[in-house]
Design a binder for this molecule. Structure first.
Ligand SMILES: CCCCCCC/C=C/C(=O)SCCNC(=O)CCNC(=O)[C@H](O)C(C)(C)COP(=O)(O)OP(=O)(O)OC[C@H]1O[C@@H](n2cnc3c(N)ncnc32)[C@H](O)[C@@H]1OP(=O)(O)O
Ligand SMILES: NC(=O)C1=CN([C@@H]2O[C@H](COP(=O)(O)OP(=O)(O)OC[C@H]3O[C@@H](n4cnc5c(N)ncnc54)[C@H](OP(=O)(O)O)[C@@H]3O)[C@@H](O)[C@H]2O)C=CC1
Length: 260
């Protein structure tokens, strides 16, 4: 079956020019995929962005596209303390996007494997949030935590990631209550055809997942980027702590079993 058409990049751009003028954002995982698309859109809307990731060369590629309002720090959020955030006196937006996992049957995930995925997708992100809190509170700032659509329905093959992603949604809700000066959102894409997801799943399996999605298509990078920018610019400030699934309705149907 042919996938349903996505909106064009221009159709996704609904925010007015300058919507993020004079704002300062930190985006983790800014060297590729969703993080790069988010970075470029935030910069286009007027923000200055600090990007974070392990590979400096990937971040340098983003810098070449983003221009002078983008700076970056090459570091590992799992293994280095989040001092770069604690040092920021003021921060308007933190996009906790760096994440990922490996696909494996539950019985084959070792304690270290489970810990690695929990660490990347939950514990390290919690540490970034704690470090960023004073700077965010000083500006009435916002946080967008990237998650995965419908982890609460169960995802065979991704049990460690589903547990971490359910955790980040719960952390987002809890912090929204505890830190009222900061607005926190959890944004959960379904399938976004990045190189990263392509390394995890073969094309035919991805096509099958997209086909089972109620809207019959993937979610585009531009759609995710616009959602992050919208949550970050303040137009959604009547909302806090929410899990927003930008997934073409894939969270409404049972997730495919990715491993036995
Ligand atoms: C129906 C739902 C549709 C869902 C569609 C999918 C949507 C999701 C998309 C994305 O997330 S896109 C992002 C794609 N990119 C990634 O996910 C890559 C990220 N992965 C990593 O960075 C690493 O794999 C990791 C998860 C952080 C682990 O890194 P680390 O360097 O700590 O690993 P190691 O030291 O090598 O190993 C630690 C531990 O983990 C075990 N392990 C690693 N890979 C596997 C595997 N494939 N299978 C089983 N176990 C694995 C490894 O063996 C180690 O354990 P021990 O052997 O020492 O016990
Ligand atoms: N694509 C999809 O369909 C979906 C993606 N997601 C989530 O969205 C986020 C982005 O995914 P996507 O863009 O597709 O994937 P990518 O693999 O392209 O992005 C992950 C980014 O995180 C960075 N990163 C990974 N580990 C670390 C670390 N320890 N320290 C610092 N940076 C790190 C990577 O850079 P580097 O390797 O240089 O460190 C990379 O830029 C992830 O959390 C993913 O799980 C959720 C649902 C669906």
């Amino acid at each position: 079956m042919t996938a349903a058409p996505r909106p064009s990049p221009e159709e996704c751009k609904v925010l007015p020019a300058g919507a993020l003028r004079d704002r300062f954002a930190v985006v983790t995982g800014a060297g590729s995929g969703i993080g790069r698309a988010v970075t470029l859109r935030l910069v286009e809307l007027g923000a200055s962005v600090m990007g974070v990731g392990r590979r400096a060369e990937r971040l340098a590629e983003t810098a070449a596209l983003a221009g002078h309002r983008f700076t970056y720090r090459a570091l590992d959020i799992r293994h280095e303390p989040p001092d770069f955030l604690a040092e920021l006196a003021e921060l308007d937006l933190l996009v906790n996007n760096a994440g990922g996992q490996f696909i494996a049957p539950a019985a084959e995930i070792s304690r270290r494997g489970f810990d690695a995925v929990l660490d990347l997708n939950l514990t390290a992100q919690a540490a970034l949030l704690q470090a960023a809190r004073p700077g965010l509170a000083a500006r009435g700032g916002r946080v967008v935590n990237l998650s995965l659509s419908a982890p609460d329905r169960g995802i065979p093959g991704l049990v460690h990631s589903a547990a971490a992603r359910a955790g980040i949604a719960a952390l987002t809700r809890s912090l929204a209550r505890q830190w009222p000066a900061i607005k926190l959102f959890c944004l959960a894409p379904g399938t976004v055809l990045t190189a990263g997801v392509g390394e995890e799943l073969p094309p035919e399996e991805l096509a099958g997942i997209v086909e089972r999605t109620p809207l019959g298509r993937d979610t585009s990078l531009d759609e995710v980027a616009e959602w992050v920018a919208a949550l970050g610019c303040g137009i959604a400030d009547a909302v806090s702590g929410a899990l927003i699934e930008v997934d073409g309705g894939s969270g409404l149907v049972a997730a495919a079993a990715l491993a036995g």
